[in-house]
Write a protein that binds this ligand. Structure first.
Ligand code: GUN
Length: 291
């Protein structure tokens, strides 16, 4: 069993980005610039956005964080997105999800200029992804693809099972793994809460991507000997022994699943770090985006 180490791969991606960013700055006298909008004060969202901002600084990007109270109106968020669309200094825009219930997510995502859509959530970006055209790939599935590439994991002809059909992870992941590309060419089964015989489907999988947000959901009896297991879960679970008062738990029962795997990602230290590295890659790409 080999651990797919997010720290090693993310650091390799970031080193490359540092070099490319220096070259970009020398050529244009401009720093890649990511703008993040954060609404409300959900603890997990705060942590993710803070990490995105810090990682921008690590690789020499500029970043701007625009914060709103949870009571902000859709009009206020709309105006902020339009302003960022019009700001020539800003290359990438992300609106941290989930949004408060009274704000329509689709309306806000639709407003982002697709050339600045570094999350890859705009319908134009999604359409291009489905057609296999160059576009911004959502950061978590993109990060997972970078990991498969780094460890040169054979995917062609394999049966990949993706658990979870979210627009952020599961659905784009299923598209990427099924595409006719070097780390695609899988036969993909996309499973969700209404899937029958999930245990049986997982037990037949060569590759499993668990992205449903239920800690410890994927147990050893659901995993074939030699499978590749990618854990996207990052749920906060109360833990008195931690200073923060919580521990981060993945969707995989790591202790019992790991011994059966050929490769497995840990949580923390796996996919989460890759998500940020992939977002940074998209932001640098946005400096020359003609999407
Ligand atoms: N919430 C959870 N994951 C993501 C992500 O990748 N991007 C944004 N904008 N919000 C998220």
């Amino acid at each position: 069993m080999q651990i797919l180490d997010g720290k090693t791969v993310a650091n390799a991606v970031k080193e490359q980005l540092i070099t490319e960013t220096v070259a970009h700055k020398n050529a244009t006298s401009h720093s890649p610039h990511l703008a993040a909008i954060l609404i409300g004060n959900d603890g997990a969202s705060e942590t993710y956005v803070a990490s995105k901002i810090k990682n921008c600084a690590d690789v020499g990007f500029k970043s701007t964080l625009i914060r709103f109270d949870a009571t902000a109106t859709e009009k206020e968020i709309t105006e902020a997105v339009i302003k960022l669309n019009e700001d020539d200094d800003v290359n990438g825009i992300l609106v941290q999800l989930p949004l408060p219930k009274h704000i329509n997510e689709a309306v806000i995502i639709n407003l982002i200029n697709p050339t600045k859509d570094v999350d890859g959530f705009h319908p134009i970006s999604v359409g291009k992804l489905v057609q296999g055209l160059p576009t911004f790939v959502p950061a978590t599935p993109f990060g997972i693809m970078l990991m498969l590439q780094h460890y040169q994991i054979e995917t062609a002809g394999k049966h990949a099972v993706v658990i979870g059909r979210s627009n952020i992870v599961g659905r784009p992941m299923s598209i990427l793994l099924s595409q006719n590309t070097q780390y695609g060419n899988c036969t993909v089964t996309l499973c969700h809460s209404r899937t029958k015989d999930l245990e049986k489907i997982c037990a037949g999988a060569d590759i499993i991507v668990a992205a449903l947000g239920i800690p410890g959901f994927l147990t050893a009896d659901m995993v074939k000997e030699g499978a590749v297991v990618i854990d996207v879960g990052i749920t906060r679970v109360a833990d008195e022994s931690k200073k923060s008062g919580y521990a981060i738990k993945g969707d995989v029962d790591f202790e019992n699943v790991a011994p059966k795997c050929s490769f497995i990602t840990p949580v923390p230290g796996g996919v989460g770090l890759m998500t940020i590295a992939a977002l940074l890659k998209n932001t640098l790409a946005a400096t020359s985006a003609k999407q």
